[in-house]
Design a protein around this ligand. Structure first.
Ligand code: NAP
Length: 554
């Protein structure tokens, strides 16, 4: 099949280029910028492989009803091109999936990216050849190509988790995972629908399905502290304001903790009076967004004493929005501290449970025992459905790497090296895997940030080191084991100084049975992390070893 396949440039097999300077895996925000940087700005030959039938990564796959960004639109985009910044017109504070897709497509057209992207092609194997010091890359469509540099733009949340519930294959209705949503959409009108999962996705999708379905049942295992989204349309004046201040806004989000437009208050909650706290909480709740989480008192994620007041306050807000006291109590989290799980943003979620056709089932109380041909069977009984929606999340951060047979030195599989948890230096490279760069991979700030800001930082840092290698005639870069060990220890220390590892979250790998319990992203903050990466570069790439083709160390 591959012999007659035309590649992204329309070339036949005989004419096809098989050796690239760089192969990029994934055509989401990360892969697209990497292609622009390496090909357009640096003149490297590059090929992007993308498993999806279109570009867009997360936004291509997650087209479930209600999918929208939880980052402010004006910073949920690229900053690298002034013309692009000025010409794009966001319509809302929090854009929906179709608008983000239009933006991504606009970027791909503007920078002529599509011609080097091969869609519907999943990279299955990547092997480092120690003779040639190049990567050999194989795909599920039979392509075999080689590249000096391999750029993993895989996405942190791209390996969908469909839980292994017995009988799923016997269900006679239709079932969907939110991250593999049909391109043509789904009409739930008049249907009985079950949604499993109440994370950021489940909360978005259930709120929308409640508008369409005849009857909606939400299966909740752990209640969340969801905060109001606070969405609003943007008019010409508000767009003019952020565009005029773009330099300042980008400077801020590139150097603050989260890459979002929030800063911590700059004070301990323990120094604030009850009245001050109340005012601070209410203002942030009313404004919508992540303010109560990453724009709150500095220490709310550091100790129970500091966290309790805000956890208690959010619990009270949930309770007052739900009419039935039993349902309200079920929706109220009491088993973990506020902010230790990713805080979902909601747009009327709690109020759906005040409607007669929406029901909440607590599957911690009455666990799911199986799926039958007609629906879901829990310990307490059967629920019949026409359609089932799994909003059950992802094998986060390491999952996308583990799906590919990545073999480094001595043929070692990356997934074997990472069997007890990821091992990286700066979350960018792993020892034994030369010239393989990860964009927003494990042990980098990644999912704890506004992703486009973290993506730009990584792509720019990676392209600078590639340029450095070209300037100096170096062929191979690899972190030292010592630098990697220190980074792994440091990233765990930073996380364990907070409350976050206490909770059973996907940050800890706790959502996937058998996955090692290691804190996956880097919690030291994007600004300090950027500074560390810049210092490493300025210090002659401290912690990395370079080699030329002859193997001489520099
Ligand atoms: P998630 O946070 O992992 O939530 C999965 C949900 O499914 C949880 O409620 C989980 O319960 C439940 N679940 C998993 N397996 C189950 C089982 N076997 N039986 C019953 N319930 C089960 O996944 P997500 O909601 O897709 O969100 C993942 C991340 O994607 C978010 O945290 C966020 O970073 C990102 N996201 C972003 C946006 C945005 O920016 N707009 C939107 C959606 C998602 P437990 O909590 O008990 O494990």
């Amino acid at each position: 099949m591959s012999s007659v396949r035309e590649d992204a440039q329309g070339a036949s097999a005989e004419e096809r280029v098989t050796d690239f300077d760089a192969v990029i895996v994934g055509a989401g925000f990360a892969g697209l910028y990497a292609l622009h940087k390496l090909r357009n700005e640096m003149g490297l030959s590059a090929r992007v492989y993308e498993a999806g039938s279109g570009i867009g990564g997360t936004w291509h796959w997650n087209r479930y009803p209600g999918a929208r960004s939880d980052s402010s639109s004006w910073i949920y985009c690229y900053s690298f091109d002034e013309e692009l910044r000025q010409e794009w017109e966001w319509s809302e504070r929090y854009p929906q999936q179709p608008e983000i897709m239009s933006y991504i497509e606009h970027v791909a057209d503007k920078f002529d990216l599509n011609r080097d992207i091969q869609l519907e092609t999943r990279v299955t194997e990547a092997t480092f050849d120690e003779e040639t010091e190049r990567w050999e890359i194989r795909t599920d469509t039979g392509d075999v190509v080689s590249a000096r540099f391999l750029i993993a733009a895989l996405g942190a949340l791209s390996a969908a988790n469909v839980p292994d519930i017995s009988g799923t294959e016997t269900f006679a209705g239709e079932w969907y995972h939110t991250a593999e949503w049909p391109q043509e959409g789904v009409d739930f009108t008049g249907k009985r629908v079950g949604v499993i999962g109440t994370g950021a996705t489940g909360i978005q999708v259930a709120t929308e399905i409640a508008e369409q379905a005849d009857h909606l049942t939400v299966f909740q295992r752990t209640p969340n502290y969801a905060l109001p989204l606070g969405n609003y349309p943007l008019d010409t004046e508000s767009r003019r304001q952020y565009k005029e201040n773009y330099e300042e806004i980008w400077e801020w989000v590139r150097h603050n903790f989260s890459g979002h437009d929030y800063d911590f208050i700059g004070k301990s909650i323990l120094e604030a009076t009850p009245e001050e706290r109340e005012r601070a909480f209410q203002e942030r709740y009313d404004r919508g967004g992540f303010g109560l989480w990453i724009g709150n008192y500095d220490d709310i994620l550091e100790s129970r004493e500091a966290n309790d007041p805000v956890s208690e306050w959010v619990r009270a807000r949930i309770q007052e929005r739900v009419d039935d006291p039993v349902t309200a109590e079920r929706l109220t989290p009491r088993d973990h501290a506020f902010g230790t799980k990713r805080v979902p943003l909601e747009n009327g979620y709690y109020e759906i449970f005040n409607r007669d056709h929406v029901e909440l089932v607590d599957v911690k109380e009455a666990p799911i025992e199986g799926i039958t041909s007609t629906g879901v069977r829990t310990k307490d009984g059967e629920y019949e459905f026409d359609a089932l929606v799994f909003a059950t999340g992802f094998d986060a951060m390491t999952g996308p790497y583990n799906k590919i047979d990545i073999r480094g030195r001595d043929g070692q599989l990356l997934r074997d090296k990472w069997a007890e948890g990821p091992r990286t230096y700066l979350g960018i490279m792993s020892a034994g895997y030369p010239n393989l760069f990860a964009i927003t991979g494990p042990q980098s700030p990644s999912v704890l940030t506004n992703m486009p800001v973290a993506i730009e930082q990584h792509v720019e840092w990676i392209s600078e080191v590639v340029q450095h290698m070209r300037d100096k005639g170096l062929d191979v870069i690899e972190p030292t084991r010592e630098a990697e060990d220190e980074w792994v220890d440091h990233s765990q220390e930073v996380a364990y100084a907070t409350l976050l590892p206490e909770s059973a979250t996907w940050y800890m790998g706790a959502n996937i049975p058998g996955k090692p319990q290691v804190f996956l992203p880097y919690l030291g903050g994007l600004g300090p992390y950027r500074q560390k990466c810049d210092e490493v570069a300025a210090n002659d790439y401290e912690g990395f070893a370079f080699a030329t083709r002859e193997g001489a160390n520099t």
